[in-house]
Design a protein around this ligand. Structure first.
Ligand SMILES: [Zn+2]
Length: 329
């Protein structure tokens, strides 16, 4: 065998090495063509069908879209709830305290588009930018509402004080009442012409007790009278919160300027001083310098027993305070 191997001629060996190279070349070429073909098939296939990876991405995308839509719904629901709070704030709380709607300049102006420009190239830009817009608007409204409530908080603290200060009870006992002349334009009983009546007249006998209709400070008293015209002997009270009350045509005044009085405390007695045709109390409620109808301030939920309880408690306490210096008046 060894001998035969040695006997193979040299050119034949050369031929053998050439055919090996050409086989390797053919193999590589086939591999290359195969690779190109496989790529083409893959490309055509993926054009019509999803590959598993693309399928996963697409599924992920549609989940994201759903999540965005849920987020959008939640933003909408929160905006609606905030609108309700805003409505209640403006129509109930703010009107209760008599203050205007809070306005912060530019609070409803949307942010410029440039704020969202980094999202604009995204395939889902309208969805994403829409959500951001809504969320930012909600944030601004929330800020406005929190500012508004900050403003109301100290007023709410005063509210309790205000409730006892406002002239809410009738200044004389209803049982002493002998007719009422109303507030507003009327044909004057003495001057016989139309004159604006700044208060109400509570007809009642001489000496009927007159009570403070709310906690107040005595501003001024006129114990001398004004002859046969005008208010006669009168008392002016300041209740704070923009409210004052006037009591005219009195026979006797039991308070001094600067004195503090409680709701239901005895301050004077009904009389017929000044321009009158008979004994009555002329009672005015003045809000921010303007006379308003006192009837609108009488508490509707109060019965005679409530009234008497208030009078009794106010006057029993007042004897123990320093304002009981009414002797000699
Ligand atoms: Zn009057």
């Amino acid at each position: 065998m060894k001998k035969e191997h040695r006997s193979i001629p040299l050119p034949l060996r050369k031929i053998a090495s050439v055919s090996f190279r050409s086989r390797a070349y053919r193999f590589l070429r086939a591999l290359f063509v195969g690779f190109i073909l496989a790529s083409l098939v893959n490309l055509v296939f993926s054009w019509f069908f999803f590959t598993p990876k693309m399928y996963r991405i697409s599924k992920h995308n549609s989940e994201l879209i759903i999540q965005y839509k849920i987020l959008q719904d939640k933003i909408d629901a929160a905006s609606r709830r905030l609108d309700e709070i805003k409505q209640r704030d403006n129509t109930v709380y703010r009107s209760l305290f008599g203050i205007d709607t809070l306005a912060v300049a530019g609070i409803y102006t949307p942010y410029p588009r440039s704020k969202y420009s980094h999202m604009e190239s995204d395939h889902y830009a309208p969805l994403m930018i829409g959500s951001w817009h809504a969320l930012d608007a909600l944030g601004r409204s929330l800020y406005l509402e929190s500012r508004s409530l900050d403003q109301l908080q100290p007023m709410a603290k005063d509210k309790e004080l205000m409730a006892t200060a406002i002239p809410a009870i009738m200044p004389i006992n209803r049982q002493a009442l002998r007719g009422v002349d109303r507030f507003g334009w009327r044909n004057h009983p003495i001057y016989h012409r139309f004159i604006f009546h700044k208060g109400i007249d509570l007809g009642s006998p001489d000496g009927t007790p007159v009570y403070a209709p709310g906690d107040a400070t005595v501003v001024s008293v006129n114990k001398v009278g004004t002859g046969r015209v005008g208010y006669g002997k009168q008392v002016l009270l300041d209740h704070g919160f923009g409210y004052r009350t006037r009591f005219a045509h009195l026979s006797k005044i039991l308070v001094e300027p600067g004195q503090k009085v409680r709701r239901g405390e005895l301050i004077a007695e009904v009389g017929r001083t000044g321009g009158v045709t008979g004994p009555h109390l002329h009672y005015e409620v003045i809000y921010m310098g303007q006379p308003v109808n006192p009837v609108n301030y009488f508490r509707k939920d109060m019965d005679q027993a409530d009234f008497e309880r208030i009078i009794e408690s106010a006057n029993s306490v007042s004897f123990e305070t320093e304002h009981g210096t009414n002797e000699g008046l």
